[in-house]
Design a binder for this molecule. Structure first.
Ligand code: ZN
Length: 314
């Protein structure tokens, strides 16, 4: 056993195999209704793995999935896990304006709360797509009633990246108040910080790298922050016709991920994001990143044709 004492953060981004972001050859919202649904079986598999290990996690659920699969949301909540929002439409933040993001965040929160009967306080942006140019979104989260965000990556990120001196959970000082932040876990590689604990990185890096990075993180007093997508334990998922590099990143390591998750569950201690924050309040409160300057100087200017529609009514 590597270290059973230090608690790490385990999260799932609940979306389906076709919820890919910003790529030629990928599906768009207009296509989703006609595609094979695989998210229920894959999420149930993760729930069974977590249950077997006695672990409770945070499930950031896409609202579009929750609307179509209400029983899945109820099962997650009944298992004692935390529900968070992964937005309604699974669209990157640069394609939102303030109004569309406010509507998306309110609708996804209300939907998950109606289904579970519990309060939803956490948000994770699709693709971790927050840069200083989207710092305005933190104020939208606060206004919608969220108390923590888990979108920020203090290093390299294909859709985001937000320079920050804090590599572990901390607080954000925003115009509208404070928000707790649970950033991506990163390791130093070739002079920059790279995520290691989720998505393609979890699939790509061998287990020994995951284990060593998590131990290093814990020795520095920080939790790892693993994020897994249900499709990542589904080697049989349909393949999209993606450009070569994207295809590699999207499909590499699908048949090894479930085994890695099992080993992580066995070798380390895990909990959901909100539980971790509640247990470490005294440690994170002095670590404050002021994002007000970014939010004030860079208002959003998305192409109006890309802005997502209002979420579907109940
Ligand atoms: Zn996602």
């Amino acid at each position: 056993m590597a270290d059973a004492r230090f608690p790490n953060i385990l999260t799932v981004d609940v979306e389906d195999w076709f919820h890919i972001l910003e790529v030629e050859g990928g599906y768009t919202r207009a296509d989703w209704d006609g595609l094979e649904e695989r998210v229920v079986r894959n999420t149930d598999r993760l729930l069974a793995l977590f249950d077997e290990a006695g672990v409770r996690a945070t499930f950031f659920v896409v609202g579009w999935v929750a609307r179509r699969q209400p029983d899945l949301v109820r099962r997650i909540a009944a298992g004692g896990h935390e529900l968070g929002s992964h937005s309604y439409w699974h669209e990157v933040l640069p394609r939102h304006d303030r109004g569309s993001l406010a509507a998306d965040l309110a609708a996804s929160k209300a939907l998950l709360e109606d289904l579970s009967g519990g309060e939803v306080t956490g948000f994770r942006a699709p693709g971790g797509s927050i840069t200083p140019a989207q710092a305005w979104a933190f104020d939208v989260m606060i206004d919608a009633g969220y108390r923590y965000d888990s979108s920020l990556c203090p290093g390299y990120s294909s859709h985001g990246g937000f320079p920050s001196p804090f590599l572990g959970p901390h607080r954000l000082r925003c115009e509208r108040g404070h928000l707790d932040e649970v950033p991506s876990a990163t390791i130093g590689l070739g002079g920059r910080r790279v995520p290691y604990a989720g998505g393609g990185y979890l699939r790509l890096f061998p287990y020994l790298v995951q284990k060593a990075a998590t131990r290093l993180e814990n020795r520095s007093g920080r939790p790892s922050n693993v994020y897994v997508h249900p499709r990542e334990i589904d080697p049989g998922q349909p393949r999209m016709a993606l450009p070569a590099l994207r295809r590699f990143k999207y499909y590499v390591g699908l048949d090894s991920t479930e085994a890695k998750v099992r080993r992580l569950l066995r070798d380390f201690r895990w909990m959901g994001a909100r539980e971790w924050l509640d247990a470490h309040r005294a440690e994170i409160e002095p670590c404050v990143l002021d994002v007000r300057e970014h939010a004030a100087t860079l208002p959003p200017h998305p192409d109006p044709a890309l802005v997502p529609p209002a979420p579907e009514a109940a």
